[in-house]
Write a protein that binds this ligand. Structure first.
Ligand SMILES: Nc1ncnc2c1ncn2[C@@H]1O[C@H](COP(=O)(O)OP(=O)(O)O)[C@@H](O)[C@H]1O
Ligand SMILES: [Mg+2]
Length: 323
């Protein structure tokens, strides 16, 4: 029985079909790569699994439960953590503050911090450094560390190598290998196959929302695959670009740590007083730490829900229109 099975799932954004009848299977403790060009539907697949978008058809099963249509906070609580594209860190906070913020949110103990520092010694050394001044690779490590604080059973990671120098990509993928040893099941999205080949058991190649090929990584190592899907030198140069301004948009960082309602309130307060979102986050985080978990059961559920919050893309919020 696989831990995750995505069965004939289709997702529409308005009239645009982002996924068309896609099926993917992941065994517990294994790792798969989902690769494909920009716009192939890779991020949409992760969003469907973590509940951020609702499939118009198809089934998604996780740990023996049908989960399509389940809200993201409930899925996060069940052990699905989604590390989104674009880092999701708070640049004005230190490394330690970023981690403490998430730790307060998910309610894990001090020991979990020690665990992630064990995986990322570089972050331990840089605890007091403002995270916006970390290198791209270190920021990616921090983003992953924040995801791991939720102690996921299934970890979804969107383009972790984006913008990183090859040496840092290696370091990052060493961490994925260690996570596999700890039986964390992994779905890694990448634009190019070459970076993931020796970390995963199975590769799924998407094109325009459809599966065009899947198999063990060895089958993807041939010459023709290399020129078609590994990316030319020019594409790789493009791949090594800095993440766009959007990736560092504070609202992206906010989405990672707060529920949609909290985010709306934070943004409204920021607008009302003309202050930047980060200082509000700092205050909110201190508030969380001093007040402890809420006694409201719904709020408690969300507090333990981990990283992923609703991004307003579900049909109930008007973002996703079924055909
Ligand atoms: N929020 C959205 N609204 C409308 N279209 C979207 C949205 N997100 C993605 N798309 C479209 O869905 C398709 C798949 O996108 P995405 O899953 O982000 O691909 P990938 O991650 O492989 O680059 C693309 O055509 C993209 O333009
Ligand atoms: Mg994407």
């Amino acid at each position: 029985m696989p831990l995750l099975s995505v069965d004939e799932v289709s997702v529409y954004y308005g009239r645009i079909a982002a996924l068309r009848g896609l099926s993917v299977v992941v065994a517990e403790g294994s790792a798969i790569a989902v690769v494909g060009a920009n716009g192939a539907g890779k991020s949409t697949l992760l969003r469907a699994i973590s509940g951020l978008v609702e499939p118009s058809s198809g089934r998604i099963r996780f740990a023996d439960h049908e989960i399509a249509g389940t809200p993201p906070h409930a899925l996060a609580r069940a052990g699905i953590t989604h590390v989104p594209e674009g880092r999701g860190i708070f640049p004005s906070l230190t490394v330690r503050e970023n981690l403490e913020l998430v730790r307060a949110r998910v309610g894990t103990d001090e020991a979990s911090l020690a665990d992630v520092f064990g995986l990322f010694p570089r972050l331990r050394e840089r605890q007091t450094q403002r995270s916006g001044t970390l290198s791209g690779g270190e920021q990616q490590m921090l983003s992953l560390a924040m995801g791991l604080l939720a102690r996921p059973r299934l970890l979804l990671v969107d383009e972790p190598s984006l913008g990183l120098a090859p040496i840092l990509v290696q370091e990052l993928f060493d961490v994925f290998r260690q996570l596999r040893e700890q039986q964390v099941t992994l779905v890694i999205v990448e634009q190019y196959i070459n970076v993931v080949l020796d970390v995963v058991d199975h590769v799924y190649l998407l094109e325009k929302g459809r599966l065009v090929r899947s198999g063990p990584p060895g089958e993807f190592a041939s010459e023709d695959m290399a020129s078609t899907y590994f990316g030319s030198a020019a594409m790789r140069r493009g791949h090594a670009r800095r993440p766009g301004a959007n990736a560092l948009d504070p609202s992206n960082h906010l989405k990672v740590a707060f529920t949609a309602g909290e985010l709306r309130r934070l943004k409204a307060s920021a607008r009302a007083t003309g202050r930047d979102a980060s200082s509000f986050v700092r205050e909110a985080s201190l508030d969380l730490r001093s007040n402890g978990p809420s006694s409201d059961p719904d709020e408690r559920a969300r507090s333990s829900a981990g990283q992923v919050t609703r991004q307003g893309q579900r049909s109930s919020e008007g973002g996703v229109v079924k055909p």
